[in-house]
Design a protein around this ligand. Structure first.
Ligand code: KG4
Ligand code: ZN
Length: 461
């Protein structure tokens, strides 16, 4: 773990706990400047690492000083340019999302260069609108949080550059956020009773993760996808069925599936013979493609122009695909709950988040799974399941509270500045029992996991 840390360029932020000298000199200044109440603020006590972890276990809403914390969150990891301002007590002061739905509809997927351009065009306006909606200026912020990975490098860079400009110009601390941790933690903003440890299923366009959240910054990965994520399978199914992709493929498939017979097309459930918690959606995608071809469905004919027979045949495929895609989730979740209860017997909730978690069928089926184990299902509302700035601001708040942030950057980065971007960045270490033999899993791990970085930082304290 330590050796992998040393391989990082020295200019990279490591999500370090704030260096002590900087803390001592500058935190008082921050507190004065941002009207935080120093006596109540836990960072001024410089607690030990162990104390910091126990701090994050306490109920979140009960600290009066939290109201003073106001964090701007910026998210540009994929195709949504999003920003939000959230208070330490969880109050959402404003949020803005500019989506690239028209690009998605045109190209049937995210083209990194186009996405970067689209982010660059709107980022200043999105952040300005977020400030205006909240009725705040940058001077009134306590910190800036920004997604630094995983995601598309070109897109991440736009958000990080903007965050550093705001933080640099207004002398604000900056927090680098893990996109998938943010998807999980936003559930703690919604459900104030949700405490660590909990189990989380994170399902989006690029990720399919089952993680055990032991604590802030401390995750065990029980399962991941060995090829495609479920959201990618929804998007391709929508594209091949000729559906309107303007709100992304998932919602279009979900809507059409309501008209179809979910038992009519016999797709096989992926990885039935593998008794682990990993996922695979590439094979199901191929099955869908073949089913569409065998029924002579022409994706160039929009659904609205399809004959009633054609429409019902598309609906049957949508419903059958959705049923099997979700059966795969159900089967993996059941096993993950059993594993999780062995590792952390006190877990009480399954959090389901990420874009696909806004699907009502997914929610209903997973609710049945958790009921068997007397657990509670926690799903953020749909607009906080899909990519948004609130989850980034909130994760910034959770990290800021326990001292995990970086000092304000310089007002202007040099031209050749190496941004700390982590396009492939695991959340936690793999659970040994769940290790897949699929080689792609190994190769995908290019950055030390968030958990290993946080643990190494804590050991250096
Ligand atoms: O989390 P997210 O907004 O972005 C990523 O981090 O990928 O997830 C986007 C994914 C897309 O694949 C989209 O089709 C899917 O979430 N999605 C849905 C639904 N809403 C969004 N999938 C199924 N049903 C939905 N209602
Ligand atoms: Zn996402």
């Amino acid at each position: 773990m330590a050796s992998s840390l040393l391989t990082l360029p020295s200019t990279f932020s490591r999500l370090n706990l704030f260096p002590k000298t900087f803390k001592a000199l500058n935190l008082l200044k921050f507190h004065k400047q941002h009207r935080l109440r120093p006596l109540n603020y836990p960072l001024l006590h410089f607690p030990s690492a162990a104390t910091r972890f126990s701090t994050s276990r306490s109920p979140l809403s009960s600290k009066p000083f939290d109201d003073d914390l106001v964090v701007l969150g910026i998210e540009t990891s994929c195709d949504d340019t999003a920003a939000a301002i959230v208070r330490g007590n969880g109050e959402i002061l404003s949020q803005v999302v500019s989506s690239q739905a028209d690009l998605l509809a045109r190209y049937g997927g995210v083209a990194p260069k186009m996405a970067e351009e689209a982010h660059s065009q709107v980022i200043d306006q999105v952040v300005q609108d977020t400030l205006d909606k909240a009725g705040l200026t940058e001077k009134e912020l306590s910190a800036v949080a920004v997604t630094i990975g995983p995601g598309l490098s070109l897109c991440l860079r736009v958000g990080v550059q903007k965050a550093r400009r705001v933080a640099g110009n207004f002398n604000l601390p900056i927090i680098g956020v893990h996109h998938m941790e943010a998807h999980a933690l936003v559930a703690r903003l919604i459900e104030k009773e949700l405490q660590f440890p909990f189990l989380a299923l994170l399902i989006s366009g690029g990720h399919n993760l089952l993680v055990l959240a032991h604590d802030l910054g401390h995750y065990t990965q029980l399962g991941t996808t060995i090829d495609d994520a479920i959201g990618e399978a929804f998007d391709k199914t929508a594209k091949w069925l000729g559906l309107d992709m303007r709100k992304s493929g998932g919602p279009a498939v979900e809507q059409l599936a309501q008209e179809g017979d979910a038992e009519s097309v016999r797709f096989s459930i992926p990885m039935k013979q593998h008794k682990d918690c990993n996922f695979s959606y590439a094979g199901l995608k191929t099955q869908v493609k073949l089913a569409i071809a065998s029924r002579n469905i022409d994706a160039k004919v929009p659904l609205l122009c399809a004959s009633s027979q054609d429409r019902s045949s598309r609906a049957d495929i949508a419903a059958s695909f959705q049923r099997v895609a979700v059966l795969h989730l159900e089967e993996r979740c059941e096993r993950a709950v059993e594993w999780a209860l062995k590792i952390e017997p006190s877990i009480k909730q399954l959090v389901v988040s990420g874009g696909v978690a806004s699907n009502q069928y997914v929610r209903a089926r997973l609710d049945q799974v958790v009921k068997k184990y007397s657990l509670q299902l926690v799903c953020p509302p749909p607009n906080l399941c899909t990519d948004n700035g609130v989850m980034v601001a909130w994760t910034g708040i959770e990290n800021f509270r326990v001292g995990r942030y970086d000092p304000p950057p310089p007002a202007n980065d040099p031209e050749d500045f190496m941004y700390d971007l982590r396009p492939r960045w695991p959340l936690g270490e793999e659970y040994a029992e769940g290790r897949s033999e699929a080689r792609s899993l190994r190769r995908a791990r290019v950055h030390p996991s968030l958990t290993s970085l946080v643990q190494a930082s804590l050991q250096q304290q």
